[in-house]
Design a binder for this molecule. Sequence first.
Ligand SMILES: [Zn+2]
Ligand SMILES: [Zn+2]
Length: 222
Amino acid sequence: MRARLGSLLFGGSCFLCRGSASALLCAACDADLPRLAAERCPRCALPSPRGETCGRCLAHPPHYDATVAALSYAFPADALVHALKFRGELALAPLLAGLLSESIDSGADYLLPVPLSRERLRQRGYNQALEIARHLRRGRLLVDACERSRDTAPQLELPYQERRRNVRGCFIAKRAFDGAVVALVDDVMTTGATLDEMARTLKAAGASRVVNWVVTRTLLDA
Ligand SMILES: [Zn+2]
Ligand SMILES: [Zn+2]
């Protein structure tokens, strides 16, 4: 799996179009990335007129306080996330972290990658969220401060309404977060139910503010 890293780093060709490139992506593919427009809800990062808090966040405020997302979960950003997550293309982690970092304008006391269950971590061999968080350097990285208490069905396989129930109580904070500002790092945010549950857990453990830092955001209602 990790052997692919070498060809990526030294092949001199763009990861997406295979044209010649001095970085992982050629300039044209980099320019084609679906960067998100500025007018988004500061809380959930979905499009909202004039960048105001959206109706859904006003009606049902999530436990997280803000969301920073770099890209829409659309081609080719979805292909990059997929390759990092399922094909072991770990060399994409610094690229995706760099794109995310460009969108972040604040710091945090702690960076927490959204954890995988032990079983999934064993299957995959790495946590893609941790691989991204390693390269952010915008707060102290805590690797085991929050764990999954149980395996949950993959959120993508569930209807929207069931996702919240699926993750309810699935995280355990392993330390106190007295007054801390915590940033949750993940590769993709879909309904936000997982991040909301993690934020709920960390606030119960004392965090004063929880923000989501995600590389990609799905923009369609699932
Ligand atoms: Zn290219
Ligand atoms: Zn919102």
